[in-house]
Design a binder for this molecule. Structure first.
Ligand code: ATP
Ligand code: MG
Length: 585
């Protein structure tokens, strides 16, 4: 948390200026009663108009100076708080960009959004308030005690004794309220999560008539937030009477002790009155301090939440010895006895996989849902690291490559197409920095989306709506294939990316892919697609059930034969390319 506030250091000059201006305002505030007393005692009571005039002008000038100082202070406070917020937001954003998948599992998107918006705003407001007014309260508090000590130090000792109790109590409130407000922010995450899911799933909610259910879900999150906020605020409100109670007891002591001293003749009545007066001032300042504490508690909670993001260790780091000069040339891939389980679970998802794909070859991966196909894909660009074994690219372990080199050489088409708000050509060009329009069009042609794009109202400049709402499933898939192709990758990985394509379009696409000199992985459910590949890997529950050519699998894998039969029907099955023996199943 301290680290989050340390980013204020960059603005120390402006902060210094703001604080100096506050002191100026405070000084005027403290001087005014003295000047007032002078005007009354030496001017009005003695009927001396020149004194009234002189001190009147002094007072007016000071008021003017305080006014100017106030405005200048606002300027500096706004400058510091806005820039600080900007810096923090940028830092968090950059950090999140460097997150690995494991990191992302720890922070849900809705929580990251709250942290980058609401939490930063809380910090910003507190910094602004601190610079603008917060210094005045503690200074008035300290000033009151010091002035009392000057007036009569013996009597003022009552205040000196009461102060530590007040400070300890204030610290307790600060800590307790801090953790309560942390909870408030977490509940705010909850509200944002429901809202986000709701907005993203609006079409589904309408189609399933789940409006009332979603309304209840939102209300529940909203009530949680309200209840938590109310109880946090209550703590602050209750703390004010406690503070005033302690101060009132101190004042009673001062009166009792003071009156005895007056009787003994060791103290003036005026001195007692003055110290009681300062005590009342301190009491009123304590009320303000409670509100300051509330602001600080919130800021503390927010700073903690932001600190958590900034302090997250990005675990997928480049090996210290990563060879910067290493290039990904051929794109041959080999899995050597690879096992994998997701970091947050012990369940093995992939078990002792061994297979290899030569440069330029195509490997089709088949397997029932949940058999680990997508998981296998993620290991090549190191979105996750293997638990055991090795993934080799061009004969070198993937973690010997600088991550950038590795990922630049790989074109991934995810199972669910992800598109960004922007034009079609921006979405395709996103795959390669500085891609030319020709490269974009040629990638679109190979991905079999060019003709479709040409028919759109603004062709390549047509806007893609949020997450591609205005496109069909197959169009989104092909756009995301084009985005991978524009990279001219050495390794192309298609995760069930042709599922929404009709057979004819798919065949054209596969034909076009053959013109690319890249190693291709295709996850597919269709035997007809798998048959086109050089080799097929059949996964069953995370283990290699069979690996080889279509013909080899027909001979060696009863499971493969069963899949072929189920997709082609018994009769066509007899004519399937390369099938020479009668089925053993
Ligand atoms: P499908 O054909 O449905 O896409 P798949 O073969 O791609 O399936 P994977 O996504 O690789 O399957 O999932 C394999 C197993 O890993 C599943 O049992 C799944 O529950 C588990 N799994 C997937 N992602 C995670 C994750 N982030 N954390 C923990 N377990 C996961
Ligand atoms: Mg999958």
């Amino acid at each position: 948390m301290r680290k989050v506030f340390s980013y204020l250091k960059a603005y120390r000059v402006a902060i210094g200026a703001a604080l100096f201006l506050t002191l100026l305002e405070l000084g005027v505030e403290l001087l005014q009663p003295l000047i007032m007393a002078k005007i009354i005692d030496d001017g009005i009571l003695k009927s001396d108009l020149s004194v009234v005039k002189f001190w009147g002008i002094v007072m007016f000038s000071l008021a003017l100076a305080a006014f100017a100082a106030g405005i200048a202070n606002s300027f500096f406070s706004a400058h510091v708080s806005q820039n600080y917020g900007f810096d923090i937001r940028r830092l968090v954003f950059e950090k999140v960009q460097s997150f690995s998948f494991v990191n992302f599992n720890k922070f849900p998107a809705s929580s990251l959004i709250t942290r980058m918006t609401n939490d930063v705003t809380q910090l910003q407001n507190t910094v602004f308030m601190s610079l603008r007014i917060m210094l005045r309260a503690p200074l008035l508090l300290a000033g009151g005690v010091i002035m009392s000590l000057i007036v009569n130090w013996k009597l003022a000792m009552v205040l000196v004794v009461a102060l530590p109790f007040l400070l300890v109590f204030l610290k307790w409130v600060l800590n307790t309220a801090g953790s309560m407000f942390r909870d408030v922010q977490d509940k705010l995450d909850g509200v944002n999560r429901v809202m986000r899911e709701n907005l993203m799933g609006m079409r589904l909610i309408k189609a399933f008539l789940r409006r009332d259910f979603e309304k209840d879900r939102f209300e529940q999150a909203s009530v949680d937030l309200k209840v938590r906020t109310v109880s946090s605020l209550r703590l602050i409100e209750v703390s004010i009477p406690v503070l005033l109670f302690v101060m009132n007891i101190a004042i009673l002591f001062i009166l009792w002790f003071g009156s005895r001293q007056v009787n003994f003749g060791t103290i003036e009545v005026g001195e007692v009155v003055a110290i009681v007066n300062y005590s009342f001032r301190i009491s009123s300042v304590l009320t303000i301090i409670s509100f300051i504490i509330m602001a600080f508690s919130r800021a503390k909670a927010s700073a903690q939440r932001i600190g958590e993001v900034l302090d997250t260790e990005v675990d997928l780091i480049e090996a210290a010895g990563a060879d910067r000069s290493l290039l990904l040339k051929q794109g041959a891939v080999e899995f050597k006895d690879v096992s994998f389980s997701y970091p947050e679970s012990d369940v093995p998802v992939l078990k002792n996989l061994s297979f290899s794909v030569k440069s330029g070859e195509t490997l089709a991966i088949l397997g029932s849902t949940g058999s680990g196909k997508t998981s296998l894909f993620q290991l090549v660009p190191r979105l996750y690291d293997v638990t055991a074994g090795e993934v080799l690219v061009d004969g070198k372990n993937v973690n010997e490559y600088p991550i950038e080199t590795l990922r630049k050489g790989i074109g991934v088409v995810p199972q669910e197409a992800v598109l960004f708000t922007g034009s079609i050509s921006e979405n395709i060009g996103w795959g390669k920095e500085g891609a030319s329009q020709n490269e974009i069009i040629s990638a679109a042609k190979d991905a079999q989306i060019h003709e479709t794009v040409e028919k759109l109202p603004n062709q390549y400049d047509t806007r893609v709506g949020q997450r591609g709402v205005n496109l069909s499933g197959g169009q989104k898939q092909r756009l995301s294939i084009a985005r991978a192709l524009v990279r001219k990758p050495k390794i192309l990985m298609l995760d069930d990316s042709t599922s929404a394509l009709d057979l004819k379009t798919e065949a054209k696409l596969l034909k076009a892919l053959r013109t690319y000199s890249c190693t291709t992985f295709i996850i597919t459910q269709k035997i007809s697609t798998a048959m086109e590949a050089d080799r097929i890997l059949l996964l069953d529950d995370g283990a290699v059930e069979a690996w080889g050519t279509h013909e080899e699998l027909l001979k060696n894998s009863p499971l493969y034969v069963r899949i072929v039969q189920s997709q082609f029907g018994e009769e066509d099955f007899q004519h399937v390319k390369g099938f020479k023996q009668t089925s053993s199943t």
